[in-house]
Design a protein around this ligand. Structure first.
Ligand SMILES: Nc1ncnc2c1ncn2[C@@H]1O[C@H](COP(=O)(O)OP(=O)(O)O)[C@@H](O)[C@H]1O
Ligand SMILES: [Mg+2]
Length: 378
């Protein structure tokens, strides 16, 4: 693994050294794996699910507890692509030079696939092209049966799992569920961002995956833990960061992992020796202004009413009662029914998210930086 130059990398997983916390979640997922429980991992986008999955894989492999097959379903659009991607992912985990990898490759080859090789990693990409969709199901079922027979436990991780509900094949959930429900050794982790869709898949009595997994919701990393992490990274580079500056970072970014990392990455890149609160304020504004072209693009995708509501929510940061007279008057919005219509549209476009907490429901602009920028706009 290459060491990143900046201790706050913005993509990929770079080992435990660059990974903040998530101890409880890592332990909980590993406990599930060793106790025969499948896991569903949910959170807002950019909160750190994929990072956590890679962290869990790293831990499992280092502790020699399991072998992991990772599939990002986001790039698959039907059962065929899904099957091919899973077969390719399995070959990546079990390369040909390992005994089981050899058996696996022979088995796949018997189905006469087109095999190409990834130019960067050199790992094989499988392309099965059956006429009948059932043949893909057979392949999946055969693949799982082979994984079951491994002496070492196999964990199959499917990221962006909600994608399967977009497949043109009917009853994808029921088909997959029936393929995996009899497996005794192989464990699954389902992961996704489309909170509502995915949680409905696992929590709705009428759906095939109902109550078949344990759900873990990924919340922001606790402020004190993230603060200590940030401080230690600057200290290690012989630089000083004031505690007021760290507070500012966490507040500005809502401790929403991607946004916190982005701000820290920039502060580190700027090379300033002593970072004060003012330094962060200036850097944050600069980050926002660099993104203006993207933000303006968002505007072109929304109606005037939607844009005005989005801005009103951003100004408040969190809104509990968007239909209240007070909120509507204060931000010169139109009627409550108008607000409702715009709100529905903004949620559907994932521009706003709705969160249910003990204190009730609240709404926020999804993209934290867009929210900060909107609230500053005149
Ligand atoms: N625990 C962590 N510590 C440091 N950076 C993290 C952590 N988790 C995620 N990240 C970073 O935050 C960003 C978003 O994380 P990602 O895992 O892609 O989110 P998600 O899969 O929920 O959309 C990525 O740039 C990732 O490198
Ligand atoms: Mg992800």
């Amino acid at each position: 693994m290459m060491t990143p130059d900046n201790p706050f990398p913005l993509s990929g997983y770079h080992g435990p050294e660059y990974f903040c916390d998530r101890k409880q979640e890592t332990d909980a997922i590993i406990r599930n794996i060793t106790n025969g429980v499948n896991t569903t991992l949910l959170s807002l986008r950019r909160m750190g699910k994929t990072g956590l999955l890679f962290h869990v894989m790293e831990t499992l492999v280092r502790q020699k507890k399991a072998q992991c097959i990772y599939l990002d379903a986001y790039t698959t659009q039907d059962l065929r692509a899904f099957t091919n991607a899973l077969a390719s992912a399995a070959l990546k985990t079990f390369p040909e030079k390992k005994p089981f990898g050899k058996i696996l490759l022979e088995w796949i080859k018997a189905m006469r696939p087109v095999i190409s090789f990834d130019p960067v990693t050199g790992s094989p990409e499988i392309e099965l092209d059956f006429k009948q969709p059932e043949q893909f199901e057979h392949t999946l079922s055969g693949l799982f049966a082979m994984l079951e027979k491994q002496d070492k436990r196999v964990v199959v991780i499917i990221d962006e799992f909600q994608q399967i509900s977009n497949f043109p094949e009917k009853n994808m959930e029921a088909r997959l569920r029936s393929l995996i429900q009899h497996l005794k050794q192989t464990r699954f982790i389902f992961c996704g961002s489309d909170q509502h869709l995915l949680s409905d898949m696992f929590n709705n009595v009428k759906r095939p995956f109902f109550a078949s997994t344990q759900t873990i919701r990924l919340n922001p990393i606790p402020d004190p833990i993230y603060a200590a992490f940030i401080e230690s990274k600057f200290q290690k580079a012989k630089r000083k960061i004031d505690s007021g500056a760290i507070d500012f970072i966490l507040k500005f970014s809502r401790t929403h992992t991607f946004y916190t990392q982005s701000l820290c990455n920039r502060l580190y890149a700027d090379g300033i020796k002593h970072i004060k609160q003012e330094t962060v304020a200036i850097t944050a504004l600069r980050l926002l202004s660099e993104q203006e072209p993207v933000f303006f693009q968002y505007r072109s995708l929304l109606t005037m009413q939607q844009w005005n509501l989005l801005r009103a929510i951003a100004i408040e940061d969190t809104v509990q009662k968007p239909h209240s007279k007070h909120f509507i008057m204060k931000h010169q919005l139109e009627s409550a029914s108008n607000v409702q219509r715009s709100l529905d549209a903004l949620i559907k476009k994932e521009m706003v998210y709705k969160e249910q907490t003990e204190d009730g429901v609240f709404y926020r602009v999804y993209d934290c930086f867009l929210s900060r920028w909107l609230s500053k706009m005149r």
